[in-house]
Design a protein around this ligand. Sequence first.
Ligand SMILES: [Zn+2]
Ligand SMILES: [Zn+2]
Length: 356
Amino acid sequence: MKAMRLVAEGRRLEAMPVDLPPLSPGSALVKVRAAGVCHSDLHLISGSYDLGEGRKLSTTGGGAVLPLTPGHEIAGSVASLGAGSESSGLKEGDPVVVYPWVGCGQCRKCALGRENQCEGAQRFLGFMRDGGYAEYVFVPSVRYLVSAEGIGAPQAATLACAGITALSSLRKCRLQPLELVLLIGAGGVGSTAIQIAKKTTKARVAVADIDDRRLEQASQLGADHVFNTSKLEARDLATELKRVNEGRGADAVVDYVGTPRTASLGLRLLGHEGRLVLVGLVGGGMALPLPVLPILGAEILGNFTGSLEELNEMVALVRSGAVVPQVSGSFPLEEANTVLERLERGEVAGRAVLVP
Ligand SMILES: [Zn+2]
Ligand SMILES: [Zn+2]
């Protein structure tokens, strides 16, 4: 089969033929119909996250063996099932979305169903194991397949990372009715988060971004207030936010970008007992003015993707019509490098998907 693969860190992906992986008991082979292109793929290719001050963190903790096929937002149809997989109720041809955050299956987090926080040997598809930038993907257990009946493959694909990240990060905000949550970054994850916040909580939603096009889309998706942070000083944004929140700072801020500038901005905009959830992985470090946290009784939390259960919940939210994943375009698999470059330049609104 055809695959776009990472041969060496920092290099462009290469089109390569790959043997179809053999099935093992309980496993499945999925024919890929759409593979989302996520910002994390850029970190996989570069090999590291930027911790600031010249320090780096390996993207896969040394768990990747090259060449490797990226792609962790995968939707497609069941191509074949390993022995014993029929008990899942799935059959060949069924549309599915793949849960890619496969853990070791043995640690405490895996036992609790939070494989995305696996403490052991992670087997994340598209990071440590071959992912969806290919015609087929091997899935080690059918339990990682969620039926995507009734959902288009490009939309379903985005749920496996952007969707569950949006859901899981908003949960960490513990939003109360009438509270104000500020979402920084209205790209693939942010645009989903706006809809989830509006449809599943009674909180008010403000969105900050540097791109007017994305802010216009945010308004259409239901954002109550939008702010262009390329045109507003942090001080003025703080004033604006207080104006729409009865003189208070934000009750929660989710940073879907993750730069020193956005995280510091988020912290600065928090009100009393505010929660700042860091999600974006663009990277860098920031100085933390220590007295601010105790004085405000504020919290800083992190969120990395979501659980298999949350993928099931996202699929239900999309089926009910509450959330419409924003797909900006479909591109042939061979154009993976071009799409990744556009994403790196910030030119993608919503999610771009590759179609083998
Ligand atoms: Zn992702
Ligand atoms: Zn584990």
